[in-house]
Design a protein around this ligand. Structure first.
Ligand SMILES: *Cc1c(COP(=O)(O)O)cnc(C)c1O
Length: 323
């Protein structure tokens, strides 16, 4: 068996990120609700992708990569953070984005331009087309004896997901110091890597903690995350495969990916007005909105301790309207 610390990793994030109680939200629901501030990972405007990129870019560096390629929609936080992290390591970035969503110079597109990333838009609904274009670039680089390194959408492969298994270890250490025992961690599911990593981390470091996922897109996430967990287990050369038992995903895709509904807008404003914390319209706002509905419906035990993962997304606040 391998330890996560056996994997090459570059230091990009400021860790540990804060873990603190949401006093006003906790009071309203009679629970202990904490927030894990991965919106404060310390690169660009922060966000969850930095933890994944510590492993992915270490791999790229070891392979001698000069160019980092990745993909996502036009307002991809992941793409923006890939550019920011690659800058720190002196690598060039090409962001091969779907021409979908807000493509104008707003939000993350402003940040991409400030960061100096090359941006290419592809008019397609299929990531397969973009991965094919990545393969072409990789081949063109190889012809010149150079290495281009492709990172999948969201950085969501097993190697990237290790970052979130490690986040559970970090969070449990903080809980111990605070003298609390978390019953549940709640996270958004966007491409699946964060959630699969958290579930794997719970298996390894917090077997009594439930991990609740909230899907904000319509992909078959139960299958996607089960597969990712298996791959994480293989990567770690575990004796027993990591199973799907603790996968528990609820849906708040609503009208579609990156389309927040009125309740989601309300949830973002509620967090801001009660706690002074800004959630985003695509991911964390929709996840918190679903968590609020579940709390209102009495979904959890009386004095549960719940940790909500704030996975970032600040760029989207300045590009996507909140109803
Ligand atoms: C990418 C992203 C997510 C989703 O993480 P996945 O690992 O892709 O599921 C959640 N929140 C924010 C702010 C993100 O940018």
């Amino acid at each position: 068996m391998k330890q996560i610390s056996d994997f090459p990793r570059v230091s990009l994030a400021v860790l540990p990120t804060p873990l603190h109680k949401l006093e006003n939200v906790s009071k309203r629901f009679g629970k202990n609700i904490y927030i894990k501030r991965d919106d404060m990972t310390g690169v660009a405007l922060g966000g969850n992708k930095v933890r994944k990129l510590e492993f992915l870019l270490a791999d790229a560096k070891n392979k001698g990569a000069e160019l980092i390629m990745t993909t996502g929609q036009a307002q991809s936080n992941h793409a923006m953070l890939t550019a920011a992290c690659a800058n720190k390591l002196g690598m060039k970035t090409c962001l091969m984005l779907k021409k979908r969503g807000v493509t104008g110079k707003l939000g993350n597109q402003i940040l991409n331009s400030i960061l100096g990333a090359e941006v290419e838009f592809y008019d397609t609904d299929s990531y397969a087309d973009i991965y094919a274009a990545m393969d072409e670039k990789t081949a063109a680089y190889a012809k010149q004896g150079k290495v281009a390194y492709g990172i999948p959408c969201g950085g969501s492969n097993a190697l990237g997901a290790l970052g979130y298994a490690e986040c559970v270890r970090e969070t449990m250490e903080q809980c111990k110091a605070l003298g609390i025992k978390p019953d549940r961690m709640v996270s958004v599911v966007g491409s699946g890597g964060t959630y699969a990593g958290l579930c794997a981390g719970a298996d390894l470091y917090a077997p009594d903690m439930k991990v609740t996922g909230i899907a904000v897109d319509s992909d078959p996430f139960d299958e996607i995350c089960a597969k990712l967990k298996l791959e994480i287990g293989e990567l770690l050369e575990l004796d027993r495969p990591l199973g799907a038992e603790n996968i528990e995903i609820y849906d708040n895709c609503g009208a579609g990916y990156s389309i927040p509904g009125p309740k989601d807008g309300e949830a973002v404003r509620y967090m801001a007005r009660q706690e002074g914390i800004i959630l985003d319209p695509v991911y964390t706002g929709k996840a918190f909105s679903k968590l609020l509905s579940m709390l209102e419906e009495g979904a959890f035990a009386e004095d549960d301790t719940i940790i909500f993962l704030h996975s970032g997304g600040a760029g989207g606040v300045f590009a996507i309207d909140l109803p």
